[in-house]
Write a protein that binds this ligand. Structure first.
Ligand SMILES: [Zn+2]
Ligand SMILES: [Zn+2]
Length: 119
């Protein structure tokens, strides 16, 4: 089978996915696989895949902890109680999931707070 060759030490996963897709699309024929494997092209493919996964996800930023993805309204036996919202992206987090020092957490509650994705 003709296929592109990996050029770096970390894009094997992206290449495997692209090859699998090519093989599935051509099945039962044997495809000639053609796609770029430069650093830039691999980065672009990674981004496309990440967005596809996020798009297919049932994750709801207004209802789920952005760290553990548990739902805000989940049952009463939940061991996490306190939630904090990022003032920039408005994602919600369990305070316990953030693993912040007590003083930092108090500071975050009292002031504007940016989550790990926004700070
Ligand atoms: Zn959580
Ligand atoms: Zn944020």
């Amino acid at each position: 089978m003709t296929h592109p060759v990996q050029q770096d030490g970390s894009s094997c996963g992206v290449i495997v996915v692209l090859m699998a897709r090519g093989i599935m699309n051509a099945f039962p024929a044997v495809p000639v696989l053609q796609f770029g494997t430069s650093r830039k092209e691999m980065g672009n493919e990674r981004k496309i895949m990440a967005l596809q996964i996020l798009k297919a996800s049932v994750f709801d930023e207004a209802e789920n902890c952005a760290m553990c993805s548990l739902k805000k309204t989940a049952g009463s036996v939940h061991r996490f109680i306190n939630w904090i919202q990022c003032d920039t992206c408005e994602r919600w987090y369990h305070e316990e999931c953030l693993g912040m020092a007590k003083e930092d957490l108090e500071q975050a509650r009292a002031n504007k707070w940016n989550c790990i994705l926004c700070s």
